[in-house]
Design a protein around this ligand. Sequence first.
Ligand SMILES: [Zn+2]
Length: 269
Amino acid sequence: MGNKIQYPKPKTRKHLNIRRLLAVLALFIGAGLLVIFTNLPSHAVIESSSISPSPHPLPPTLAQWQDNTNSGDYFSQVEKTQVGYLVWSQFPVKIYVDRPQTASNQQAQAWFSSVLETVQEWSAYLPLVVVEQPDMADITILRKAPPLQFSRDGNFPRARSAQATYELYTSNNVLSHRFTILLSPTQTGVFLKAASRHELGHALGIWGHSDLPTDALYFSQVRNPPPISPRDVNTLKRVYEQPTTLGWSVNKFLYKFSKYWTDKLKIVH
Ligand SMILES: [Zn+2]
């Protein structure tokens, strides 16, 4: 019997394709784990005796708000979080909007202007100020695509164009929160403004969705995005009347809050 010579197998196109497929799969799985990880509720331990939720005084803009149309609200859809409702109590709320690096970047300039317009819209109802530095901000709005998110019914990551997340911290013993909003660089025009208006609504305290497409906080994108509606403002006002542990001093704040819950809004169709 002659010796069998084993030749190294040539790398065929098929092998290369399988390798590529595996690499892509690994990337998706990696991204998926990351998203799942950030969606897990954080373990936060609060000594309940040390914090008792109380309401803050209404800011004048909301106190004066009257809805002559009696449109109602969707307050029942707003989530009460572990720390209570996500109201701001130090005004004006400081907002940082991603600034274009160069004046010649027209897309970034247009993005910046559109987002600023929506900050202006909400400032009719809550005192807001745009700050120059992100580290000073309560709400940071970045021109950045949100990470891929796996849908509940399948394994395919969904592209989203906007997302709002919040985190909690203590500052001088006061329980505080800060928001980060990601808005896709590729969105433009009325859809960018709709996404920005919507996510700002979350960051200002409406941590839930309307079921009417005529509200800015409707859960999905619509063909003709509405402005902030009386129902949006009625809901915001009710949120600010609620007790919360945010903005009050805590004697003992144990352990770790981090990113909490990612907005489930899917804007891309
Ligand atoms: Zn939303």
